[in-house]
Design a protein around this ligand. Structure first.
Ligand SMILES: Nc1nc2c(c(=O)[nH]1)N[C@H]1C(S)=C(S)[C@@H](COP(=O)(O)OP(=O)(O)OC[C@H]3O[C@@H](n4cnc5c(N)ncnc54)[C@H](O)[C@@H]3O)O[C@H]1N2
Ligand code: MOO
Length: 389
């Protein structure tokens, strides 16, 4: 039942549907996927705006300075808007300027109607109310709606909410975003031999997977991690009681006397979707659906194999549950020894240089790496996919 690596990843992606959509405050949306596209609630800029500190001018110079407006001031002369009370001439500020007139503006301030350019302060001089300089028609005015118009879709559904998306959404007028809720994950670490503090010693090893997992659950909520001895009834209880969408087990995937996971899943009537993957490391990894709709990911006990399995099955499953669209792969050109029948997952830098130290029990190479490179069976030289760490 060993499955090719690509098919295993696809099976994990397609095993679930995106979780329900929820409306959350901007600050709570980071890392989640948009359930609907972000549309602009207003045009940007909302009116013709100065891109420089200087003077909005009409026609060619010299000009008479008839007023001044700062960022945050109302649009000069807009209907009903108070006219800024800082007219340099002491005259009422006109709604429009006419040829030969200038209006002092700050970067981001609205420009008065009739202005056909902004002259930056560095390239002009003022004597009393006379302004001298050269104007280039259209220069340094950000026109209303130049970036986007009200109603434009700025970011499509399925995109991850990044810091830039949050800033953009706020700029476009949003206080909340519609996102898919975070998948809830519970972790079960098994093994009589595991220690959770202090140095390892003969016969006892430190749990290296429990501490690694929270960082692999971006966009998900970790409900908790339990540590179990190699006891099938404790494993059964843990799998039945967790209220998570996804249960991640570590260890017990193999065929040893203490490796109970497959038997326990069978007794729970689970549908085994992936049972073994043709890849190195990580081949005993497993994906199962429990009758109540929750999913179980079985990570092998060898820590680097667990990492490889998390990137193969867990991340794609969480991506779909979280509503994330599939993104084009990141690739690098890499000439690494391929296996004849199995996909190899090897730790590499972002430029595709293998870091080595990649035995299944060791996270050393992965700790020095930026990604795992996916080397398909029989691969020669050329581009391969990178799974970012
Ligand atoms: N007869 C066979 N034996 C094994 C096979 C096989 O096909 N036939 N596959 C090997 C491969 S490949 C892997 S990977 C492991 C998977 O083992 P399990 O998932 O059953 O895990 P354990 O047996 O409990 O542990 C294996 C290894 O990893 C250490 N371990 C376990 N948990 C942790 C942890 N949280 N942190 C650090 N290290 C951990 C454990 O001490 C063992 O050394 O099976 C092979 N055997
Ligand atoms: O998944 Mo196992 O190494 O291949 O350790």
């Amino acid at each position: 039942m060993t499955m090719p690596w690509n098919l295993a990843r696809q099976t994990a992606r397609e095993a679930v549907k995106p979780l329900e959509a929820v409306e959350v405050a901007l600050a709570d949306a980071l890392g989640l996927a948009l359930a609907s596209g972000v549309r602009a609630l207003a045009s940007q800029p909302a009116c013709d705006t100065s891109a420089m500190d200087g003077y909005a001018v009409a026609g060619s110079g010299p000009w008479t300075v008839v007023g001044r407006v700062a960022a945050g001031d109302p649009v000069p002369g807009a209907t009903g808007a108070p006219v800024p009370g800082r007219a340099a001439t002491g005259e009422p500020v006109p709604g429009m300027i006419r040829a030969g007139e200038a209006f002092g503006v700050a970067t981001g301030a609205p420009v008065p109607g009739g202005a056909d350019s902004v002259v930056p302060v560095e390239v002009c001089s003022v004597e009393g109310s006379r302004l001298h300089g050269e104007a280039v028609v259209g220069k340094h005015i950000r026109r209303r709606g130049e970036d986007w118009s009200a109603g434009d879709e700025l970011v499509p559904a399925g995109s991850a909410v990044t810091p830039a998306v949050l800033g953009l959404a706020a700029g476009a007028g949003h206080d909340t975003l519609l996102v898919h809720r975070r998948p809830r994950v519970a972790v079960v670490v098994t093994g009589d031999e595991l220690l959770h503090s202090g140095p390892p010693r003969p016969g006892r090893v430190r749990d290296a997977i429990g501490p690694m997992l929270p960082g692999l659950l971006a966009g998900a909520d970790l409900l908790g991690t339990v540590h179990l001895r190699d006891d099938p009834s404790a494993l059964t209880d843990a799998l039945t009681s967790a209220r998570a969408d996804v249960l991640v087990t570590c260890g017990a995937t193999s065929v040893g006397p203490a490796d109970h996971l497959r038997r326990v899943l069978h007794e729970l009537d689970a549908d085994i979707l992936v049972s073994g993957v043709a890849c190195r490391p990580g081949h005993p990894m497993l994906l199962a659906a429990l009758p109540d709709g929750r999913h179980v990911i079985g990570l092998p006990g060898n820590p680097f194999a667990a990492l490889a399995a998390a990137l193969t099955l867990l991340r794609p499953l969480l991506d779909t549950l979280g509503g994330h669209a599939i993104r084009p792969p990141i690739t690098a050109t890499l000439n690494a020894g391929a296996h004849s029948t199995d996909t190899r997952l090897i730790p590499v830098t972002r430029t595709g240089i293998p870091t080595g130290h990649d035995r299944p029990g060791s996270l050393w190479g992965a700790a020095l790496a930026d990604a795992l490179a996916v080397i398909p069976p029989g691969h020669g030289a050329g581009e391969v996919e990178l799974l970012p760490l």
